[in-house]
Design a binder for this molecule. Sequence first.
Ligand code: NAD
Ligand code: UDP
Ligand code: UDP
Length: 343
Amino acid sequence: ALHHRDLSGPARHSVGGKVPLGLKRKALRVLVTGGAGFVGSHLVDRLLERGDSVIVVDNLFTGRKDNVVHHFGNPNFEMIRHDVVEPILLEVDQIYHLACPASPVHYKYNPVKTIKTNVVGTLNMLGLAKRINARFLLTSTSEVYGDPLQHPQVETYWGNVNPIGVRSCYDEGKRTAETLTMDYHRGANLEVRIARIFNTYGPRMCIDDGRVVSNFVAQALRKEPLTVYGDGKQTRSFQYVSDLVEGLMKLMEGEQVGPFNLGNPGEFTMLELAKVVQDTIDSNARIEFRQNTQDDPHKRKPDISRAKELLGWEPKIPLREGLPLMVTDFRKRIFGDQDSTTT
Ligand code: NAD
Ligand code: UDP
Ligand code: UDP
């Protein structure tokens, strides 16, 4: 199907962008689905920075034009408002497939749509990758481990997932997306990469998206109580977004299929997280306990030995360093620029 390829583009050399040592790498054409979202927009920044052309495909369900508006007018950047559940024809060298709501509040809002996005959306992007012989990277999730019986989680663990629960549209959806990705790899010889991303935070997260870091930070800034669900003893491991983007790009450029855990092994209970937020923003911030959601995983912490060894990657920014960077962004967006200097 190579005749479909647009040969006028800047990067029609070998797939995937492997460059002989010492040669300047050629610019690639890269598709980022979900590129107007939190993680996607940071990835787009880095790809454009290194000289690639980027096409963002996003239906703007949880993404915002604001996240990429600084690239409007850049001839190397293009944004298409499109839902990945519908087929699309494009010509690129690499596909980073991120399109999918990530916050439990968002993915539970229309669970059937979430499944369609994960299954039909991923199928379409794999079909596209196959037709144009592009390298395909799936952003899967630590949720594939469910409420894990192994701790920390290693990539070889098959997980403990409820197939009929309220989180299933997301975690079973992502498990199917992984299956599809491997079946295209085995069946169609497609070059694929799989990342299992653990909780990630940073600037540009939706302010009211319901995830714990964005909730706590927004609450502390607005002088509202921090809402701790359940007893607050459940744990998560929080990764700063620039570390993740670095890992995704290393994975794409490397020779390993994965799956790879990409996360920060620093593990915190929700009460410990609340304490870090208090120390960072407002030591007087109160804590309010709320009923927890169904099927909430009790603990989560990545074993990242595989990524360390095979990708030469590990996160660099601990929570206490990353959180202030996010707070600066949230301050600006909640209060506007003026107040950010005084609060
Ligand atoms: P996000 O909600 O900010 O971004 C997702 C983007 O996908 C949004 O811009 C949204 O509009 C778009 N999108 C959703 N459905 C779509 C569809 N049907 N067609 C086209 N676009 C669609 O979330 P994020 O945190 O940036 O997550 C990005 C990816 O990383 C997701 O696939 C998510 O599952 C995965 N991930 C994220 C985390 C995390 O902690 N942020 C953890 C694990 C996995
Ligand atoms: N697809 C797409 N863009 C393309 C090629 C395929 O959106 O450039 C979609 C296509 O509509 C199909 C899916 O990807 O629904 C899977 O395509 P594939 O060719 O692998 O399977 P088939 O079309 O034979 O079912
Ligand atoms: N959580 C909380 N308060 C909030 C939002 C979430 O205590 O305001 C808890 C939630 O119950 C879960 C953890 O924080 O145990 C992480 O939730 P999040 O939605 O951020 O991500 P998840 O890892 O569950 O996908």
